[in-house]
Design a protein around this ligand. Structure first.
Ligand SMILES: Cc1cc2nc3c(=O)[nH]c(=O)nc-3n(C[C@H](O)[C@H](O)[C@H](O)COP(=O)(O)OP(=O)(O)OC[C@H]3O[C@@H](n4cnc5c(N)ncnc54)[C@H](O)[C@@H]3O)c2cc1C
Length: 587
């Protein structure tokens, strides 16, 4: 069957907040834009974001972008690139007001201004006291943002390919990206989308862990596509474990609960965060709170019959606050736990939540990689934004509320750069048919029905191995074993057949393609973690408990060929202000 071919100026893979902010910018600039999404756009994972988006609006407490920048650099454990962080924090207020004008129904203060709540790691005056920087639409901020962005895209006439799955990038021999192969999930039919510029906005990869806060669609597809194209992934050892997942389920209870005054207690009824973070207490940054919960449970001070979780208390906040500010959280507790947080504390435990690492980009959203003797050069025609990208504003640990900001800031920045690129490169490059054939061959490898290993079976083994060997606390022994185990799982991939006919063949084939991406991302994560012999941000090594700036203040790069590691310097120089030099991180 001949391959369907479509041509666009720009191809955006992913219709979450990152992809939709980029496509809107491009469509408004009269570019011919295709957005491909494996789910209907408003079902993208951004819809699940609860707590809010950071911007120093100073509506509740004094604030400015420079304090926001300080908190973000400190939160990143000094691994974040300070040029990108300055850019993000400076532009944040403008882009939040822009969202308001797009129709995001932010919650309001009595004076009519946008409501802002306190989140972890936020401070006034460079660490002095708590700030309130997170702009919220109750506890459904991502939902409000995604719907507003989708509506604006419809108005701007963006072309959507809903429920199409991107499998591989198409590159020419000089390394320029020319588009991608996508498959209709409904019909199984493949299509080549040729584009002068391609943006990856495929979100996170939380599904590499068994207990996680992510949707089933977060399988790291863009990360797998990039690795197969010979491009490395950056800082993948840094996985954020959110402190408050519903115990045993992993579903998220937003940090906004603690921002509204909720707090954690152990099995003795003690507010244990006072011991670990005397100033910030329950609003210390996420890596600190997750480790504290883990230690409380490990040392026998957990709650419940098995002492394997702690409790998040909201019952003192009163019904009014909970109904007004946290209605979605209350609903989740009623539905999934059968408890009402107005009266009963919520059992919580850390859950895999967010990938700080991803596709290496500069602050313009161009994908960059080492080429010959240069430390990094843009990959022509390829851009990345959102959770799949590593720009890097989150470094070793992301602050709550900074991801919804990252996706709109760098979705827009990448689109602006794509527009510039298209102005300077007016002609389409010839298609590389060899690269198309290679991508089609890989797709057809998954046409195999029959008996053998199942997709679900291998996936379960993978997730368990990641949980066992690459969790909150890590050691060399565990990580080396993890590399070995994930290696064995990778070797089993050719034995997997599509043999679960409880769903259609097309859907089952998509799950097999996702599995291949999950395996690649898991391998990359565990190899990168085994190599970094220090503790920084979310990467906690029991055998190397200290941060080692001399040797390790650098970004890691993992290449899938030969599971090879390389490193590159952190961009410590901001755009206009002085650098924040590394200091011990205390809250
Ligand atoms: C429960 C939860 C709550 C959160 N709350 C907050 C919060 O309050 N504040 C905050 O700042 N951050 C929060 N985050 C993080 C934040 O929501 C995400 O990091 C962010 O929304 C990611 O946006 P994105 O555009 O990068 O990707 P996503 O919104 O995940 O979108 C990815 C898109 O890529 C598409 N896609 C993926 N693979 C393919 C493929 N192979 N082919 C075609 N399409 C593909 C998907 O269909 C989707 O459209 C939260 C995260 C979770 C899990």
């Amino acid at each position: 069957m001949s391959l369907i071919r479509r041509r666009f100026d720009a191809l955006i893979i992913g219709a979450g907040g990152g992809g939709l902010r980029a496509s809107l910018q491009l469509s408004r600039a009269e570019a011919n834009v295709a957005v491909v999404s494996k789910v209907f756009p408003t079902r993208s994972h951004t819809v699940a974001a609860q707590g809010g988006v950071n911007a120093a609006l100073a509506n509740v407490l004094p604030d400015n972008w420079h304090w926001h920048m300080f908190d973000t650099v400190k939160g990143s454990d000094y691994l974040g690139d300070q040029d990108a962080i300055e850019y993000m924090c400076r532009v944040a207020p403008k882009l939040v007001y822009e969202l308001e004008h797009y129709g995001v129904p932010f919650s309001r203060l009595d004076n009519g201004k946008i409501y802002q709540r306190a989140f972890g790691g936020q401070s006034q005056n460079f660490g002095e006291k708590q700030a309130a920087r997170t702009c919220a639409a109750a506890d459904r901020t991502g939902h409000a943002m995604l719907h507003a962005l989708y509506q604006q895209n419809i108005r701007a006439k963006t072309h959507f390919f809903d429920e199409y799955f991107a499998t591989d990038l198409i590159k020419n021999e000089e390394g320029a990206v020319l588009g991608a192969i996508v498959v209709s999930i409904q019909t199984g039919e493949a299509m080549l989308i040729e584009a002068r510029t391609t943006l990856l906005a495929t979100g996170g990869a939380g599904q590499i862990y068994r207990t996680n806060s992510n949707a089933l669609i977060n399988t790291g597809d863009g990360l797998g596509m990039v690795l197969r194209a010979g491009i490395p992934l950056q800082d993948m050892e840094f996985i954020q474990f959110h402190p408050t997942g519903i115990a045993g389920i992993g579903m998220l209870i937003t940090e906004g609960c603690r921002g509204e005054g909720g707090y954690l207690v152990n099995g003795d009824g003690e507010r244990f965060m006072e011991r670990y973070a005397p100033n910030a207490k329950d609003l210390a940054s996420r890596d600190v709170v997750s480790r504290s919960i883990y230690l409380e449970v490990k040392e026998g001070r957990g709650c419940g019959p098995n002492k394997d979780y702690v409790l998040l208390k909201l019952d003192h906040l009163g019904a009014d606050t909970i109904m007004k500010r946290l209605p979605g959280i209350r609903q989740s507790c009623l539905t999934f736990l059968g408890i009402d947080p107005i009266e009963t504390p919520i059992p919580v435990y850390p859950t895999a939540h967010y990938c700080m690492g991803g596709i290496p980009t500069n602050r313009k959203g161009e994908v960059v990689m080492p080429v010959k003797d240069t430390p990094e050069e843009p990959v022509p025609g390829l851009y990345a934004a959102g959770e799949c990208a590593c720009v890097s504003v989150h470094g070793g640990n992301r602050l709550g509320g900074n991801s919804l900001l990252d996706i709109i800031v760098f979705g827009r920045a990448a689109a602006n750069e794509m527009i510039e690129h298209m102005k300077e490169n007016r002609y389409r490059l010839p298609m590389n048919e060899a690269s198309v054939e290679k991508a089609m061959d890989r797709l057809h490898r998954w046409d195999r029905k029959g008996e053998g290993e199942t997709v679900d079976g291998l996936k379960e083994d993978l997730k368990k191995a990641m949980e066992d060997y690459c969790g909150v606390y890590r050691t060399q022994e565990l990580l080396d074993k993890g590399v070995e185990e994930i290696g064995k799982i990778r070797d089993r991939l050719p034995n997997v057949y599509i043999n679960d006919f409880s769903r259609t063949f097309n859907t089952a084939r998509i799950e097999a393609l996702e599995l291949e991406n999950l395996v690649e991302v898991a391998m990359c994560t565990v190899v990168s973690a085994a190599a970094r012999q220090e503790s920084r941000g979310a990467h906690s090594r029991v055998d190397f408990p200290k941060r080692e700036d001399q040797q390790w203040m650098k970004h890691s790069l993992y290449f899938s060929e030969g599971d090879r590691m390389d490193y590159k310097p952190v961009r410590t120089k901001p755009l206009t202000v002085d650098s924040f030099p590394p200091k011990e991180r205390v809250y």
